[in-house]
Design a protein around this ligand. Sequence first.
Ligand SMILES: Cc1cc2nc3c(=O)[nH]c(=O)nc-3n(C[C@H](O)[C@H](O)[C@H](O)COP(=O)(O)O)c2cc1C
Length: 190
Amino acid sequence: MKKRIIVGITGASGILIAVELLKSLKKIDEVETHLIITEGGELTVRDETNFDVYEIKRLADVVYDIHEMDASIASGSFLVDGMIIVPCTMKTVAGIAAGYCENLLLRAADVCIKENRKLVLVPREMPFSKIHLRNMKELADIGAIIMPPVMTFYHTDFSVDAQIKHIVNKILLQLNLPSNIIEWTGGKKS
Ligand SMILES: Cc1cc2nc3c(=O)[nH]c(=O)nc-3n(C[C@H](O)[C@H](O)[C@H](O)COP(=O)(O)O)c2cc1C
């Protein structure tokens, strides 16, 4: 059976990271992607990118409506290997931390937590408030992986494109999927 990975896109800045992730996952034969986009996510796709949301949806194997509360991924009996929320808003972080499942994305994340499955969040805000940090700590304490889209300076290509690819490769590593990560091979030798 293929690895089922849920990708959640919410209304934070950084939609291009989600697009790059979906493109990378599409190239991995062993993976089947299940996509949910919040209403905020659809708005941010429109405001921040030149993509039509349908172009993004076409990159996934299965797409759900955010209000489809009876979808397969709303139940723990539907086996999935993990969920990535990228980019993840502070609203969605708060919703997951509170166990408040008012849309399918929040419910799917809640299911991952209760079933002890991998949950990776790419939270995006700057600066983080104490409320944001408290909610993220709550989630880290129960095993969620919190990986804000932090820039990397140890390779030579500093373009936004290279930064996005690096973040995506770090996410793939978390899910034990093939990744083209540029490894740090040690500091300069004197
Ligand atoms: C263009 C745009 C960029 C935004 N960027 C962020 C962001 O980086 N982080 C964040 O927490 N909210 C951001 N927001 C606000 C969220 O979209 C808003 O709180 C929304 O209700 C989140 O809902 P969701 O989590 O269901 O997608 C942004 C909104 C817009 C329109």
